[in-house]
Design a protein around this ligand. Structure first.
Ligand SMILES: *Cc1c(COP(=O)(O)O)cnc(C)c1O
Ligand SMILES: [Zn+2]
Length: 417
């Protein structure tokens, strides 16, 4: 859009002009992921606190002037963004954090944060006259691409690993996508998508490769800052798979900081599952990333070869944050806890951020008096099987009052307290 200054390669540092249309660095190839740089001095003349005070656009398009697409058709998309930022009560007490917030991204139209990237992809594809979009996905990028594309009359072709959970698969089928369930894991799905996209020339919605999508994802951070009254929290916890979400969160806070709208950039807590933690292991051993097994119930972050390592590592390092791994058991426990204390049902990868906050609080990295935001990235109904593991089963009983009274005599303490 009007404030792009240039595109910069995160690998070789080459700078390309604002009207460039390639997605990755021509010199480096696919690993040369581009960062979009803005002219903040010019942006400041429009984007300031008064602008937001006057805005009646309660969706991610509120932040269109900070984004890279033209956005002519924003009135036609599903309503993405401006999700609630809940100040927790009982959860904060349990974790001993005075000001703990949960950003509920499950409230997006296809029920995950991925809608922020898919909405951008669909508008951008339309602006470029490209009616077919494709991606590889653990599930949410796909279901959100399918839904957002359907709304705009675009087609989507999707490659998912066989393990993709039922809710997500059902969504993409219902939205009319062409869904290829790849007999393999996410790495295999990604490889096939790359080859197919190259062969057929579809619009590439793989978020690591397409730099415009991080610009969509960053709106979650802009919202958090604005919902806190243009203050940055001390910590923001985000679950990490490919690393695009955490990169987007950093970019959002960076933009607002450059514009003078917040006083600092929060420390970012990058959370992975110990069953697939290539970033955490690389950070702990101070080395580059190595391929990891994909072995966790948190399917959305079960990413053995992260596709956006440079931006993700930089987000955590530059923010003076930290990396942490949590077990699947910790995640299931956090799902139960978040549901019971706040009435929020998250999928495992979404609640991993809460489990990460809990672990970092116990480790003493997060202090009681700090302001903390956990980004809950996806709704629990997407993955009913794991939801059930966390929730347990109901009491089964004949429709007979005497039986119920007998049961109550033994259980009244749990029911009534
Ligand atoms: C995609 C996703 C993530 C992680 O995002 P990356 O960009 O892959 O790091 C986390 N949680 C949910 C629910 C997701 O769908
Ligand atoms: Zn390069």
């Amino acid at each position: 859009m009007r404030f792009i200054h240039s595109y910069e390669c995160t690998l070789c540092g080459a700078v390309y002009p604002a009207d460039s249309s390639f997605f990755t660095c021509p010199a480096c190839g696919e690993k040369g992921i581009l960062e979009i740089r803005y002219d903040y001095e010019r942006m400041k003349s429009i984007v300031n606190a008064d602008y937001f005070r006057a805005s009646k656009e309660f969706s991610m398009w509120r932040y269109l002037p900070l984004m890279s697409i033209r956005g002519t058709d924003i009135g036609e998309t599903l309503r993405v963004g401006w999700t609630p930022l809940y100040r927790t009560q009982r959860l904060g007490q349990t974790l001993q954090i005075d000001r703990l917030f949960v950003k509920d991204e499950g409230c997006n139209p296809t029920a995950s944060l991925k809608d922020r990237a898919s909405a951008v992809a669909c508008l951008h594809a339309r602006e470029m006259g490209r009616p077919i979009l494709a991606c590889a996905s653990t599930g949410n990028a796909a279901s959100s691409l399918a839904g957002n594309a359907a709304r705009l009359g675009l087609k989507s072709v999707i490659f998912v690993p066989k393990r993709a959970p039922l809710g997500k698969l059902t969504q993409m089928m219902l939205f009319g996508a062409t869904v290829i369930s790849v007999d393999g894991d996410y790495k295999d799905a990604f490889r096939l998508s790359r080859e197919a996209i190259a062969k057929y020339g579809w619009y590439n919605r793989n978020a690591a490769i397409n730099p415009h999508l991080v610009e969509g994802k960053k709106t979650v951070a802009l919202e958090i800052a604005e919902q806190l009254g243009f203050h940055a929290p001390d910590w923001v916890a985000v679950s990490v798979g490919d690393g695009c979400t955490v990169a987007g969160v950093y970019k959002g806070f960076y933009d607002f900081w450059k514009l003078g709208l917040i006083e600092k950039i929060p420390k970012i807590l990058g959370v992975q599952s110990s069953g697939c933690a290539p970033f955490v292991e690389a950070a702990a051993e101070r080395r580059g990333l190595r391929e990891a097994a994909e072995n966790t119930i948190a399917d959305s972050i079960s990413v053995g070869i992260p596709r956006n390592p440079v931006k993700a590592l930089r987000a955590v390092t530059a923010s003076k944050g930290a990396w942490i791994a949590v077990s699947d058991a910790d995640i299931l426990e956090a799902m139960r806890l978040l549901g019971r204390t706040e009435g929020i049902f998250g999928e495992p990868a979404g609640v991993a951020a809460v489990a990460g906050v809990q672990a970092a609080r116990i480790a003493g990295w997060i202090k009681k008096e700090e302001t903390v935001v956990a980004v809950m990235t996806g709704n629990g109904l997407k993955d009913p099987a794991n939801g059930q593991k966390a929730a347990g089963s109901p009491v089964v009983m004949k429709p007979d009052l005497a039986t119920f009274v007998h049961w109550m005599d033994q259980h009244d303490k749990e029911v009534c307290l």
